[in-house]
Design a protein around this ligand. Structure first.
Ligand code: FBP
Ligand code: MG
Ligand code: MG
Length: 352
C-alpha cells in the first residue's frame, strides 16, 4: 500500500510518499494503545532505510537545506524524515507532534491521546559517510496543551526508542517493562523481535566522548577521562579503549550490545553551557531504553529521567551506559574540587 501526503508550511510544500507495509511490526509485545503509532513509525523507518541505501543514486540526502529552530544546519534527509513521520502520524492517536526540526509542536489530531516527540534523523553529520544514523522517538500521554504534554519528566514516558539505519536496521524500544530489540528482515520487509529482554552489560572498558573538547570540559569530566587515559600507569590500574562516532543512536546501539559509557558533558564553549543534546528528543528516550535495560543515565549528577525540559529544545549534559561506569562518573562529581584538579594520584575514590 502506498500512502501519499501533501506536506505544507510557510517555506516548503511537497508530496510525501510512504510505502506503508501493514505488518511492518509484530504487535504482540506492544501495549494496544500504541499499536497503530508503532506500526506507522516502523513503516516510515523502513522507507527511510531504503532511501538511505539508495542515497546518491537519485537524490542527494546530505545536501544542505535550511536552519532549524535551534540554529543547526539541516540536511535534506533531516527534512525528508521529519515530513515523512509527521505526515504518517496525521490520522493516528497522536495529538501533539514535537520535532527537533520544528520550532513549535503541532497539533495533528485534536481527539488524539498521545504526544510524540522525535529526532527524525540523528547523526546528520554522518549521512554521506555511510556510518549508522538513526531516528529517536518518545511517546507521552497527551495533556490539554503541548507544553503540558512535553515539558515533563521522562518518568511519564509511555514509550521511548530508536531506529538505527546501519548494516542492520533495528528498532530498539521500551514500553516501561524492559527493552525490546527488533531486526528488519530484508526478505519480508518486516521487523522481527530478536530480544525481548535486552540487558546492558554492567561493566566495560570502553568510553565514548568527543575528546577534541577536552580543554572546555568541567573538572570532574576531565579527571575521569584523565584516569582512563592513564591506563595501567594511572589510578585505575588498567587500560581503556575510546570510541566516538558522532552518532548518538550508533553509540547507544554499541553500548546496548557490549557495554561502555557515553559522555556529552556541558562545556564552556558558547552555546554548550548545557551540553549539545536535547532532553526531550534525544536524552529522555535514550535514557528510558538504557535504564529499562539495566544501565544508568544521568546528567553527570542527577538521573536524566527525573528532569523536565524548560522548553521544547532544552539541552542537557548526558552520561549513560553500563551502570558501574555511570555511577563512577557521578562519584567524580562528588569529589572536592582540589581532588579533581590533581592529575592522577590522590583522589578519594582510590584511597579506600
Ligand atoms: O559533532 P559533535 O559535537 O561531536 O556531536 C555529535 C552529537 O551530535 C548529534 O549528531 C546530534 O544529533 P543531530 O544529528 O540529530 O543534530 C549526536 O547524534 C551526536 O552524538
Ligand atoms: Mg540527534
Ligand atoms: Mg536530528
Amino acid at each position: 500500500m502506498e500512502l501519499r501526503f501533501w506536506q505544507g508550511s510557510s517555506h516548503r510544500t511537497w508530496e510525501v510518499t510512504v510505502l506503508f507495509i501493514p505488518a511492518a511490526l509484530p504487535t504482540d509485545a506492544i501495549p494496544a494503545a500504541l499499536h497503530e503509532v508503532m506500526q506507522r513509525l516502523a513503516a516510515v523507518s523502513i522507507d527511510i532505510a531504503h532511501r538511505i541505501a539508495r542515497g546518491g543514486i537519485d537524490e542527494d540526502l546530505a545536501g544542505a537545506r535550511g536552519v532549524n529552530a535551534d540554529g543547526d544546519g539541516q540536511k535534506a534527509l533531516d527534512v525528508i524524515a521529519d515530513d515523512a513521520f509527521r505526515a504518517a502520524l496525521q490520522d493516528t492517536a497522536v495529538r501533539y507532534y514535537a520535532s527537533e526540526e520544528q520550532e513549535e509542536a503541532v497539533e495533528l489530531n485534536p481527539a488524539g491521546t498521545l504526544a510524540l516527540a522525535i529526532d527524525p534523523l540523528d547523526g546528520s553529520s554522518n549521512i554521506d559517510t555511510n556510518l549508522s544514523i538513526g531516528t529517536i522517538f518518545a511517546i507521552y500521554p497527551a495533556e490539554e496543551t503541548a507544553a503540558q504534554s512535553f515539558l515533563r519528566s521522562g518518568t511519564d514516558l509511555l514509550a521511548g526508542g530508536y531506529v538505527i539505519y546501519g548494516p542492520q536496521c533495528c528498532l530498539v524500544v521500551s514500553f516501561g517493562a524492559g527493552t525490546l530489540k527488533y531486526v528488519l528482515d530484508a526478505a519480508t520487509q518486516g521487523f522481527v523481535l530478536v530480544d525481548a529482554a535486552v540487558r546492558v552489560p554492567p561493566s566495560s572498558s570502553e568510553f565514548a566522548i568527543n575528546a577534541s573538547n577536552y580543554r572546555h570540559w568541567p573538572k570532574p569530566i576531565r579527571a575521569y577521562i584523565d584516569d582512563c587515559v592513564a591506563g595501567t600507569e594511572g589510578p585505575r590500574g588498567r587500560n581503556f579503549n575510546m570510541r566516538w562516532l558522532a552518532s548518538l543512536v550508533a553509540e547507544t546501539h554499541r553500548i546496548i550490545s557490549r557495554g561502555g559509557v557515553f559522555l556529552y558533558p556541558k562545556d564552556d564553549r558558547k552555546g554548550y553551557q548545557q551540553g549539545r543534546l536535547r532532553l526531550l528528543y534525544e536524552c529522555a528516550p535514550i535514557a528510558f531504553v538504557i535504564t529499562q535495560a539495566g544501565g544508568g543515565a544521568t546528567d553527570g549528577e542527577n538521573p536524566i529521567l527525573t528532569a523536565a525540559p524548560a522548553h521544547l529544545h532544552a539541552r542537557t549534559p548526558f552520561v549513560f551506559g553500563s551502570s558501574e561506569k555511570v555511577a563512577r562518573i557521578s562519584a567524580y562529581h562528588d569529589l572536592p574540587e582540589h581532588e579533581t584538579s590533581a592529575l592522577f594520584g590522590n583522589r578519594g575514590l582510590f584511597r579506600s
